[in-house]
Design a protein around this ligand. Structure first.
Ligand code: HEC
Ligand code: HEC
Ligand code: HEC
Ligand code: HEC
Length: 133
């Protein structure tokens, strides 16, 4: 009996520690990311460079990250939420109604290129994100 009680306390402690660790983790993701479609990939891949950390200095997480509810509606980003790959929702099989947003390319061009265009036309040039090798 005593042993079982001890196990229960130990388990609770371990679980508590894990919970604390994850809730304080504040995962900002990688500093530099190479974005490339894998689900609806073009025949010739066109990867995009993405300085994630640099964007985080001036742009809110919520400007890029969000999630969706059971009805498939967009849900605004909340701090500490699980961050999923864009393409896990923005792909042709995910049943998105807005045609512009059914691929990673479409969603990324809307988000990334959209902001770049508004900021400075030079930033919207293909080679900014798809540098020639
Ligand atoms: C300018 C847009 C942008 C901003 C701002 C931004 N992110 Fe990201 N983040 C991305 C993109 C794009 C990816 C790569 C997603 C993918 O691979 O589909 C990413 C990836 C991540 C990942 C890794 C996800 C994974 O499993 O690969 C985490 C974690 C993350 N971001 C957290 C954050 C947090 C926290 C903030 C705010 C402090 C933030 N991001 C700000 C665009 C952004
Ligand atoms: C969990 C699912 C999910 C993930 C992950 C996701 N999206 Fe979305 N996104 C949606 C849904 C749902 C909508 C709303 C679609 C509509 O209104 O037709 C949306 C809308 C958008 C829009 C148009 C509205 C707006 O907010 O400007 C853009 C652009 C966009 N997403 C880009 C991205 C990018 C870039 C990423 C990755 C950093 C991403 N999405 C990750 C589900 C997701
Ligand atoms: C809300 C606005 C905004 C969004 C969204 C955004 N960017 Fe940017 N991006 C900027 C601004 C502003 C700069 C230039 C500022 C700087 O160089 O510090 C920039 C610079 C860049 C650069 C050039 C960096 C350099 O060192 O010259 C690349 C590459 C880039 N962004 C890719 C992306 C990609 C890919 C996405 C989408 C996943 C994205 N950006 C989304 C605003 C944005
Ligand atoms: C602000 C950044 C940005 C700019 C500017 C931009 N793109 Fe993209 N593009 C992306 C991102 C991010 C993706 C999705 C990830 C990837 O590259 O597959 C993408 C995807 C693509 C794809 C699909 C690649 C594949 O493998 O499925 C093509 C084709 C493409 N872009 C062409 C262009 C062309 C042409 C221009 C100029 C007219 C341009 N892009 C400008 C960021 C950008």
């Amino acid at each position: 009996m005593k042993k079982i009680a001890l196990y229960a306390v130990a388990t609770a402690l371990v679980m508590g520690l894990c919970f604390t660790a994850t809730s304080f983790a504040n995962d900002k993701g990688p500093a530099e990311i190479t974005l490339v479609s894998t689900i609806d990939a073009a025949k010739k891949a066109k990867p995009s460079v993405f300085p994630h950390a640099k964007h985080q200095e001036t742009i809110a997480c919520a400007d890029c990250h969000h999630s969706k509810d059971d009805a498939g509606k967009q849900v605004a980003y909340v701090e500490g939420q699980k961050v999923e790959k864009c393409e896990s929702c923005h792909n042709k099989g995910a049943g998105m109604t807005n045609k512009k947003l059914t691929t990673f390319k479409g969603a990324a061009h809307e988000n990334c290129k959209g902001c770049h265009k508004k900021t400075d036309k030079a930033l919207a040039k293909c080679a900014v994100c798809h540098p020639k090798k």
